[in-house]
Design a protein around this ligand. Structure first.
Ligand SMILES: [Zn+2]
Length: 236
């Protein structure tokens, strides 16, 4: 759940994750912002108050992780031969100069053509845009495969640079997916597709919801866990 508080004249946004835990945990993630894990019984305004009290510290934590990511990118520029994960496989990036941004997977190599192959930022942007297109195509295929099995009808499908989420669905049945899913093994992408489709029946994470997911993918917990453990590897 996305929330925001105003502290010291500034807006502080955070993602609230409620569970059966006993204490409150504050976390700052690169690109994903501030996360607050809180027990379910805690009232929202009490969580807001805790965030407000720690606003300065949390903003500082956030700035530090962003800086670390930035330093890491600078230390490891994406160049010809850099490793890149595609559908869970470690591929080598091959850069080519050309007028248009295109990407092509050939064996274990991802051939990327763009006007400025020497610019790290341009290369990252080209990876993002070409792989987003691949992700959308793949996700559509998997949605069409699973939707009749789940008995769900979905609306618009979009790929977004979602910072903290892999997928989401609206009450109207429109679905959003994170393009980085194309980096994960195909089973992980399937799991997220099934997860969102099942939300069209159960707009919650109740045992009934998980039973629907398990009916399509009995081993879903392994892939759910994979996503949690490897989320950091899917950064670009
Ligand atoms: Zn969900």
């Amino acid at each position: 759940m996305k929330r925001a508080v105003i502290a010291g004249g500034r807006r502080v946004e955070y993602t609230l994750i409620q569970s059966n835990r006993a204490n409150v945990l504050f976390q700052a993630l690169p690109e994903a912002g501030i996360r607050v894990y809180a027990p379910k019984y805690l009232r929202l305004r009490d969580v807001d108050a805790m965030v407000r009290d720690r606003a300065e510290q949390l903003t500082h934590m956030q700035r530090e992780v962003e800086q670390r990511l930035e330093d890491d990118r600078r230390a490891h520029p994406v160049t010809d031969g850099s490793p890149i994960l595609i559908e869970g496989r470690r591929c080598a990036l091959r850069l080519h100069a050309g007028p248009r941004r295109t990407g092509r997977l050939a064996g274990d190599e991802y051939h990327l053509t763009l006007p400025e192959p020497d610019s790290d930022a341009a290369v990252r942007a080209a990876i993002r845009s070409t792989l987003s297109a691949v992700a959308l195509k793949r996700i559509r295929q998997r949605l069409e495969f699973y939707a009749p099995r789940v008995g769900a009808h979905f609306g618009r499908v979009t790929i977004r640079e979602q910072k903290s989420r892999w997928g989401s669905c609206s009450r109207k049945g429109n679905l959003n997916f994170n393009w980085k899913l194309i980096m994960a093994p195909p089973e992980v992408l399937d799991y997220v597709v099934i997860h969102e489709l099942c939300h069209l029946h159960e707009f919650n994470h109740s045992p009934r919801f998980w039973a629907l997911v398990a009916a399509q993918m009995p081993e879903y917990e392994a892939w759910k866990k994979w996503l949690k453990v490897h989320a950091e590897d899917l950064y670009l």
